[in-house]
Design a protein around this ligand. Structure first.
Ligand SMILES: C[S@@+](CC[C@H](N)C(=O)[O-])C[C@H]1O[C@@H](n2cnc3c(N)ncnc32)[C@H](O)[C@@H]1O
Length: 301
């Protein structure tokens, strides 16, 4: 069977199932089945490549399309997600990292570059690390800056995740990147008492969905763990605020907190950070113009 025909029929089935990006998903699934990336799938399709209709590639594609058409997240079917240039292992039991979180990661890289002037080491803590996406993404962003010739201090990386299953993914991803991360399986609202006043940057993509605001997409509602989504109050801010309060105890005077939030929290969370005592509080929008994450500096007491 020609790859073009396989791509067309997979795209059509995914569109009929209500998937939001049927064509890219079909190319990713076909690539997974034949062992190449989506760009190579399109190149081979254009050149008229074909596979045996009874062969393993077609069977693997069929399996992938059926799972995706049942609205399993593409990343669960593939077994990985691309995030900030890194391929992370994900699957049932862990939150699939989202592209919008890459903006927070880039901003963290900028801050560490400026904060690091004249320092030998800077310390970063990722609260609610899930698959390890943010801590590993920031480390990779800093490494890219280094390779581009910027002088950056050594990073000391720490992360915490409450869920054992999610933490296993983080452990695996940390191991596969070869980075050293002090990963703790614990409650981020109280962990790292041993680092009080010593952290330069706290990053967090916490659970922040308002309780009762059940996500529309089955990929999210049925597959992201509940504990990864809901912020523990009608406005979704109970857990984020507990984390922001705890972050203040960890930060050195002048240290930064970067925290992702729901697009309904672009005014409330910055205001509440101000009330907790953070200064230079700025909210950032994502590429679609929606309020996405907040930064603030802890002045010290
Ligand atoms: C929205 S997900 C984000 C995961 C990851 N940071 C990312 O961006 O892909 C939130 C994560 O926080 C974890 N979590 C929820 N409450 C927590 C707590 N009190 N302490 C530590 N982790 C927590 C969840 O298990 C989930 O992995």
């Amino acid at each position: 069977m020609e790859l073009t025909a396989l791509l067309c029929s997979a795209t059509q089935r995914l569109a009929e199932a209500g998937c939001s990006s049927p064509a890219p998903d079909a190319a990713a699934l076909l690539g997974h089945a034949v062992g190449c990336d989506p760009a190579e799938v399109h190149r081979r399709a254009l050149l008229g490549h074909a596979v045996d209709a009874d062969g393993p590639e077609v069977a693997a594609l069929e399996d992938g399309v059926a799972r995706r058409a049942a609205r399993e997240p593409l990343q669960h079917v593939l077994g990985y997600a691309w995030f900030a240039g890194a391929r992370l292992t994900v699957g049932p039991g862990v939150f699939v990292p989202r592209p919008e979180t890459e903006l927070l990661v880039e901003r963290a890289g900028e801050i560490l570059a400026s904060r690091g002037e004249g320092r030998v080491q800077v310390e970063l803590v990722d609260l609610c690390t899930g698959s390890g996406a943010v801590v590993l993404g920031v480390a990779a962003a800093v490494e890219r800056r280094r390779q581009a010739g910027e002088r950056l201090p050594e990073l000391v990386l720490r992360a915490v995740e409450i869920d054992h299953r999610a933490a296993e993914y983080a452990e695996r991803n940390i191991e596969s990147t070869g980075m050293t991360v002090d990963l703790r399986v614990s409650d981020a609202r109280v962990e790292f008492a041993d680092r009080e006043g010593q952290v330069d940057l706290v990053v967090s993509n916490p659970p922040y969905v308002p309780d009762g605001a059940v996500p529309d997409d089955p990929e999210v509602a049925d597959h992201d763990p509940e504990r990864a989504l809901y912020g523990g109050s009608p406005d979704g801010l109970a857990v984020p605020l507990q984390l922001a309060r705890h972050a203040a105890t960890l930060l050195r005077p002048g240290g930064w907190l970067l925290m992702e939030h729901d697009d309904t929290q672009g005014e409330s969370l910055p205001r509440l950070l101000g009330e907790l005592g953070y200064v230079d509080v700025v909210d950032h929008r994502d590429l679609a113009g929606r309020p996405r994450f907040v930064e603030g500096r802890w002045p010290g007491r």
